[in-house]
Design a protein around this ligand. Sequence first.
Ligand SMILES: Nc1ncnc2c1ncn2[C@@H]1O[C@H](COP(=O)(O)OP(=O)(O)OP(=O)(O)O)[C@@H](O)[C@H]1O
Ligand SMILES: [Mg+2]
Length: 448
Amino acid sequence: MKNNKADTLLIVEDDLGLQTQLKWHFADYNVVIAANQKQAISAIRLHEPKVMIQDLGLPPDENGVTEGFELLQQALHLRPHMKIIVMTGNEGNEHAMKAVKLGSYDFYAKPVEADTLDLIVQRAFHIYHLEEKNRQLNNQQESMLNGLIASDTKMLKICKMVEKIAPTDASCLLIGESGTGKEVIANSLHQLSLRKDNNMIAINCAAIPENLIESELFGYEKGAFTGAVKSTVGKIEMAHKGTLFLDEIGDMPLHLQAKLLRFLQERVIERVGGRNQINIDTRIICATHKDLDKLVETGEFREDLFYRIAEIQIDIPPLRERGSDKILLAKYLLNKYVKKQKLQIVGFSEDAINSIETHTWPGNVREMENKIKRAAIMCDLKYITALDLGFVNEDIAPLNLKEIRRNAEVSALKQALIASDNNISAAAKSLGITRPTLYDLMKKYDMQ
Ligand SMILES: Nc1ncnc2c1ncn2[C@@H]1O[C@H](COP(=O)(O)OP(=O)(O)OP(=O)(O)O)[C@@H](O)[C@H]1O
Ligand SMILES: [Mg+2]
């Protein structure tokens, strides 16, 4: 064994003989021994082991309250990333499966066979280290681009692009379906720019009534219109020295497009009702889910404005086209929510992973965020299932049931016929049906 003394292995076992045997066997690790639940919990707090071998059948402690499953749950709560290997005695498979469901990493049936246990422990440390590296990488990725999680090649290209163009003053147009992360990218562009210490001002062109957008953008002087009781600074002016984020730019009315164009050409504004020209130094980022090319063609969006705002265009792919990102994001979002709400969930079940991969995510990352939040609330086990996520395909369920019935009936018929040496009466009797019914079924399933 070539192992590292820095790797702490906690062994929870009440049998003294077995304790000594295991301690001796794993001498190349930093072994810590606990004989009961209480000792185990304090050892976890003190030594922060990476792997724990736990005897599931611990006897009760002095207060009579030890339970193997209880320790398992407490241990995972204290150290969610620790790999737990449970050892089962006579109680058998059922307990082992329950332990795995609750989040233990693997199980092992006594009596101890040293080489097998060795392999399991080695693999547990290996996986612990891999996951740890993965967590570190994820954290790095996140901090680089401010909460933007990506591993898909198209998205990584976008990340590179964002890093490159952020420090420039080029105007960027972000195009992508709803919920794909346009605002996240706009934020990254600002945070990675030299303007990061000044404001990023966002305005949603689709959310403000048309007659108010102008004064929102350009501000107004006292008395400019009824209700203008004092001079007010507009969003463009607030973004001086910083970044102006025009969200849903495709919804901007045509007459304002002309005004915005003039500002972009001359970089000066006049407040509504004012005469002073105010110089503004700001970086423009626009976003839309609409097809601006088409709007230009139909005359709903000015072509000259389009070229001004799209010095650099970033097309953000929908989530369904992002391969590995789906699972990565799902895990990230779950982790974030679990931490925030201090929940005990450790991951997704296999059917949940499958449904995350195959769902088309029309609402993209926002939809995923909502589904995962909901699932975390609904889930009462360690692992989130497809059902928790709200994925139950009602079209498929009855089809499957039909299939299951068919298979079960065919196999029962075959067994009965073989057991009775193809004697129809005897087979029908053993199946509890009449001869005509058996004939019907055989005909239905094309059996001779
Ligand atoms: N790559 C990502 N990594 C982490 N979180 C993300 C990522 N992309 C999007 N999100 C999260 O998903 C949600 C939606 O993102 P965002 O608001 O940026 O989308 P949008 O494209 O602006 O959507 P809309 O068109 O509806 O305004 C946000 O809560 C955001 O934090
Ligand atoms: Mg948005």
